[in-house]
Design a binder for this molecule. Structure first.
Ligand code: NAD
Ligand code: MG
Length: 388
């Protein structure tokens, strides 16, 4: 039997983190958990550390350190906290890091981990959107393989033929269309947080669920695909496919279009990233196309969902604009979830920030983090001042 794969999970208490832990728990002999991290949910983090026998548990919110320490008394898990703790475990050698923090908060630790892992299973799309150039360059330098966890990018990764790159016609990203796909534009002003948090097909964290409802998620994924696969914006299409069975497609110039299909269950993409280059058995329900009956497709509506148009514009433009798109969206979504902004104001805030901000020169990840900090502050100010 081969040695267990050493893994660290950043964002272990979230939706992706917990699904990863389910998969690890199903074949415990295949994995040795080195580090688990979370923002503030100490109970969930301690449970996961106890179940997996993790060597380290790190809580980003330092005020929770004592509580976590008490919960893990008598175990062999070392408890750390704060940014220092996160960066310390990022620099422990492992086979695989699962980067599943939500938002640009995940960038620093993901970037720090690249030289110390052989494979980066990447769910944290915001980091690639904002600092794709730097992440990919560092991964190349250290021969770290990036395997996407996002279902669309996992699909493309599985059918992308590097040897036929010159014959590539299009990447085609599929989108479920979210809960408001059929809602008349006049009704958009009445969208509540509760309604936006109900995704028809996927069960995910709050931020990405709102991103799916505005289609900002598909915008982030468009950018993520362009960077991960080094394909220009004009060669990436987005189509709405409400059943979420085809996870994405790659079209070649000979007329062949290759797709990856499966039930809308993130455990398939996570398992693929964990196992790559091998596939493991999961408890995901097998696809039954006869039961499905039919699969449908339509064009995205950029009038009701302007965030997708704004993401494409940012991608055509520059790295700085991509960071603005991402950060303005993060802050707008946070305000929407706290009932301080309406649903239709989310893309308006992004558009205003894109129009009014001139990005600085960005040479490294530290520059990206500085610019993000500046944008967080200014987006919040605009939200407080602006009367729509
Ligand atoms: P989530 O909100 O459920 O979990 C986020 C995790 O990040 C939690 O463990 C939380 O403790 C941690 N975290 C949050 N802020 C942090 C901070 N400042 N410092 C350290 N840790 C912090 O999110 P999720 O739905 O699991 O999504 C995680 C990432 O995966 C996102 O980038 C999302 O876009 C991507 N993704 C998620 C899904 C999905 O099905 N949930 C699918 C595709 C991609
Ligand atoms: Mg996705």
């Amino acid at each position: 039997m081969s040695a267990p794969q050493k893994i660290s999970i950043f964002g272990a208490t979230g939706s992706i983190g917990q699904s990863t832990l389910d998969l690890v728990g199903a074949t415990p002999d295949a994995f040795k958990v080195i580090a688990l991290t979370a923002q503030k949910n100490v109970t969930k983090l301690a449970d996961a550390a106890i179940q997996t026998g993790a060597q380290y548990a790190v809580i980003a919110d330092s005020s929770q350190y004592e509580t976590l320490n008490n919960l893990l008394v008598g175990t062999k898990t070392t408890v750390l906290c704060g940014k220092e703790g996160l960066l310390e475990v990022a620099q422990i050698e492992v086979d695989t890091v699962i980067s599943a923090v939500v938002g640009l908060a995940g960038l620093e630790m993901t970037y720090a981990a690249i030289p110390y892992c052989r494979k980066l299973a990447l769910a944290n799309k915001e980091s690639i959107v904002a600092a794709g150039e730097q992440i990919l360059a560092l991964a190349t330098e250290h021969s770290t393989k990036i395997v996407p966890v996002d279902s669309e990018h996992s699909a493309i990764f599985q059918v992308f033929e590097e040897q036929n790159r010159a014959q590539l016609n299009k990447l085609i990203l599929t989108a479920s269309g979210g809960p408001f796909r059929c809602l008349a534009s006049a009704e958009f002003a009445n969208i509540t947080v509760e309604k936006a948090l109900k995704h028809p097909n996927w069960d995910m964290g709050a931020k990405i669920t709102i991103d799916c409802a505005t289609l900002a998620n598909k915008g982030l994924e468009l950018i993520e695909a362009a960077l991960l696969f080094n394909v220009p914006e004009h060669q990436i299409d987005v189509i709405v496919h409400p059943e979420s069975i085809i996870h994405s497609l790659v079209a070649y110039q000979d007329g062949s279009t290759l797709a990856q299909l499966g039930m809308p269950d993130m455990r398939t993409a996570i398992s693929y990233a964990l196992g790559w280059p091998y596939r493991h058995k999961t408890l995901v329900k097998p696809l039954n196309l006869i039961e499905m009956g039919k699969l449908t497709f339509e064009a995205p509506d950029l009038t009701r969902f302007p965030a997708l148009r704004l993401a494409r514009q940012a991608l055509k433009n520059c790295q700085g604009q991509r960071i603005i798109f991402n950060t303005a969206n993060e802050i707008a979504v946070e305000n929407f979830l706290n009932h301080r902004l309406s649903f239709i104001e989310i893309p308006k805030i992004i558009e205003m920030m894109l129009e009014k901000t001139t990005p600085p020169k960005l040479n490294c990840v530290a520059d990206v983090i500085d610019f993000d900090r500046y944008l967080r502050h200014h987006t919040q100010q605009i939200i407080q001042q602006f009367q729509f």
